[in-house]
Design a protein around this ligand. Structure first.
Ligand code: MLT
Length: 395
């Protein structure tokens, strides 16, 4: 008998952001004149800098000529891009050799795919609230999930799990916008070393960090190469949400218990060469332009634009008497609703009374109940308008 993977029955019928889209579309259909402003999913809105558009265009033109056409590239990514990523780490004072860098079609794919290299039934520890893709992909992959509550009381830095685990950790955090300090990341790495745990560090939002004292990579912490994998993305830093490009670092020093140094790297390489034929060569050419000095400068301006939106949202919600967290080194503002209002009730209120879409905090886990997440990705004038509308609401 053929059966579907029963673990799909363990996850909610629709993914959080699909559910929000469905509800928003239903509201729009019944209120065709409503000018809805979407601050729900963290979807970039600003145009790509010229230097990146040129690189994407030239790469597609090269495909149109016999002399410059290219087909499959290396599954691990083109060597020039991997070298540029290695240099990106060098600017942080870190040595990450090309052989430890794997280019992907985005962080979301890899954070799910990584679940395949751990034995089924492994314990996956996630922050609660958490980006739902970690939980859903872990469940579908047959692992056990344990949660690490992150609340205002613990400054969104959790107590570490008691048992050896694969610890998914995101900083700057989606959804709370909290950013971990160096000493907190030292605790995380120490804990992983002492308990034979592995950290999967999601650094997708690191370009939003503006305080040089805050680590942008887990490898800034001593010993992390022995216990941590890092995922990164061009989505939020360079507007590649639609282009699709990211990377994963699996250090050769990483030792998963009962394996030798280099084995985790080799297993991931086997996974990628078997299941993946490499990221789009056009996207990789764009990524190379992102990592030039000029590209980095241009992308940082766009990140700063979103950070300015985040400040506006923080200020506006504060004026409305809503307690806000995050949004300083992250594009997300974690807003605690007054009077014990539930997350989905708040979602409905924002949608129906202000025509503003937010993400209900409870969709990120039980500790998110009573919160909603505002995304700072949007045109500035829309964010301004959304805030003006929200300020008129009575709670
Ligand atoms: C989010 O809104 O949490 C993210 O944009 C989703 C994603 O990056 O896939």
């Amino acid at each position: 008998m053929v059966t579907l993977n029963p673990d799909y029955r363990k996850v909610k019928q629709s993914y959080l952001f699909s559910e929000i889209t469905k509800r928003t579309k239903a509201f729009q259909a019944s209120h065709p004149d409503a000018k809805i402003i979407r601050l729900g999913i963290g979807n970039t809105t600003e145009p790509l800098p010229e230097i990146i558009c040129d690189a994407l265009e030239n790469a597609s033109r090269r495909l149109g000529k016999r002399e410059t056409y290219s087909g499959y590239g290396d599954e691990q990514g083109n060597s020039d891009l991997r070298e540029a990523i290695s240099k990106f780490y060098a600017k942080l004072g870190l040595t990450i050799p090309v052989g430890e860098i794997f280019v992907s079609d985005g962080a979301k794919s890899d954070l799910g795919n990584l679940m395949q290299i751990f034995e089924k039934g492994s314990v996956i520890a996630v922050q609660d609230p958490v980006y739902p893709a970690y939980v859903d992909t872990a469940t579908i992959s047959g692992h056990q999930i344990i949660t690490m509550p992150c609340t205002p009381q613990n400054q969104f830095f959790p107590e570490m799990p008691k048992q050896p685990s694969v610890i998914y950790f995101c900083s700057p955090n989606n959804p709370t916008g909290a950013v971990a300090s160096r000493s907190q990341l030292e605790q995380l790495v120490d804990h992983a070393m002492q308990t034979d745990s592995v950290v999967v560090f999601d650094a997708a939002y690191s370009p939003f960090i503006s305080d040089p004292k805050l680590p942008r990579s887990i490898y800034e912490i001593e010993g992390a190469k022995k216990c941590a994998i890092e995922i990164n993305s061009f989505s939020k830093s360079a507007g590649f949400t639609g282009v699709r490009l990211g990377w994963t670092v699996v250090p050769k020093d990483l030792v998963v218990s009962n394996t030798k140094e280099g084995e985790a790297n080799a297993v991931w390489n086997r996974r990628q060469t078997t299941f993946f034929n490499g990221a789009s060569n056009i996207a990789q050419a764009g990524g190379l332009a992102v990592l030039t000095n000029e590209g980095q400068e241009a992308c940082q301006k766009v990140v700063d634009y979103y950070k300015n939106n985040a400040s506006m949202i923080r200020a506006g919600l504060g004026e409305s008497g809503i307690t806000v967290y995050g949004g300083r080194h992250a594009p997300y503002i974690w807003a605690q609703m007054p009077n014990g209002m539930k997350s989905w009730d708040a979602f409905d209120k924002f949608l129906t009374e202000a025509n503003v879409v937010v993400t209900p905090g409870s969709g990120f886990g039980s500790q998110g109940e009573g919160f909603v997440r505002f995304s700072a990705f949007g045109h500035q004038e829309n964010v301004q308008e959304a805030i003006e509308r929200v300020k008129k609401l009575k709670f």
